[in-house]
Design a protein around this ligand. Structure first.
Ligand SMILES: [Fe+2]
Length: 260
C-alpha cells in the first residue's frame, strides 16, 4: 500500500500551503465547483493509526446554497439573498481554516464520513465555532474515542438511508463499511454527486491494511452500493482527485485480483 488512506490519498499535496490549508475553486471539471453548490477546501496534517503517522492532505467539502460565482470564504448568499446554508463533509486538521472558508454561512451539520483521526480531529473545535452538530456512524465510535477519549461525543448518529439537507441540497447516507466499520458516503441524487470519504478513490478502494478495515467488506460496499449509481455520477473523495463512477466501475475485477 503506497499511501495511508488509499489509492487517491495524498497524491497531489501541492494544493496545500504553508498555513496548512488551500482552496480549489474548481478549475477541474470534476472538482464539483462547477455545480455551483459544492466547494473544496484542503487541509494538511497527520493521519495516525496502529502506531504509525503519515502526513497527508484531506479534502473538506462544503455543500449547500452558495452562489455559483462567489469565491470560498467570501460569505456566500443564496439567490434570494438569504444567508447560505451548508453541510460540511469531514473536519480534518484545521478548524480555523474551515471556519474561514464558511464565512457567515449557516452550517447545518458537520458530517464525518468515518472516524479516522484525519477526518474528525477538527470536528469538536469546528462545531463549537459554528454551532452545528457533528454526525458520525456509531460503528466508528471506537475510532472517535482514540482522538477524543470520552471528553466529547458526536451529536448525532449517521444511519443508512437518512437524509441530511441544507440550502435545498439533500444528501442521502450510504453506509459503506470496509475502510472502517462505520464508513459512509453521501449521495446527492439530484445533482449526481457522491461524497465518497475514503471508501472509493480515483484508482480504487480506500486502504484496508490496518486495524478496523476489511478488504472483502469494502469491495462489497463498493459493488453493491456505489457501482450501481449512474455511471456519470461525480465522486468527490476524502483525499486527492475526484473521479466518476463509470471510470472506476470497469476496474473492479483488477482491484479484487490485486487485493487492495
Ligand atoms: Fe480514512
Amino acid at each position: 500500500m503506497s499511501s495511508p488512506a488509499g489509492a487517491g490519498s495524498a497524491s497531489d499535496s501541492g494544493a496545500g500551503t504553508d498555513s496548512g490549508a488551500g482552496t480549489d475553486s474548481g478549475a477541474g471539471t470534476d472538482s464539483g465547483a462547477s455545480l455551483g453548490y459544492v466547494r473544496r477546501l484542503t487541509t494538511s496534517g497527520t493521519f495516525s493509526l496502529d502506531g504509525q503517522d503519515f502526513e497527508l492532505e484531506n479534502n473538506v467539502w462544503i455543500v449547500g446554497s452558495c452562489g455559483a460565482d462567489n469565491d470560498i470564504g467570501s460569505g456566500w448568499t443564496g439567490a434570494d439573498g438569504e444567508r447560505a446554508e451548508v453541510i460540511i463533509v469531514d473536519a480534518p486538521h484545521s478548524a480555523s481554516a474551515i471556519v474561514e472558508a464558511v464565512g457567515d454561512m449557516r452550517v447545518v451539520a458537520i458530517v464525518a464520513t468515518h472516524g479516522h483521526n484525519d477526518h474528525i480531529n477538527a470536528a469538536v473545535e469546528l462545531r463549537e465555532a459554528v454551532a452545528a452538530p457533528v454526525f458520525l456512524h456509531p460503528a466508528d465510535l471506537p475510532l472517535w474515542r482514540e482522538v477524543y477519549g470520552t471528553s466529547a461525543q458526536p451529536d448525532g448518529e449517521l444511519e443508512d438511508g437518512m437524509v441530511l439537507s441544507a440550502g435545498g441540497i439533500s444528501l442521502t447516507v450510504l453506509h459503506t463499511p470496509g475502510h472502517t466499520p462505520g464508513g459512509c458516503c453521501l449521495y446527492d441524487a439530484q445533482g449526481g454527486v457522491l461524497f465518497s470519504g475514503d471508501t472509493l478513490f480515483k484508482g480504487g478502494p480506500g486502504a484496508t491494511g490496518r486495524s478496523w478495515s476489511d478488504f472483502p467488506t469494502i469491495i462489497e460496499s463498493i459493488r453493491r452500493r456505489l457501482l450501481v449509481l449512474p455511471a456519470e455520477t461525480r465522486v468527490l473523495t476524502g483525499h486527492g482527485e475526484s473521479t466518476r463512477i463509470g471510470d472506476e466501475a470497469e476496474n473492479l475485477d483488477e482491484w479484487i485480483e490485486r487485493g487492495h
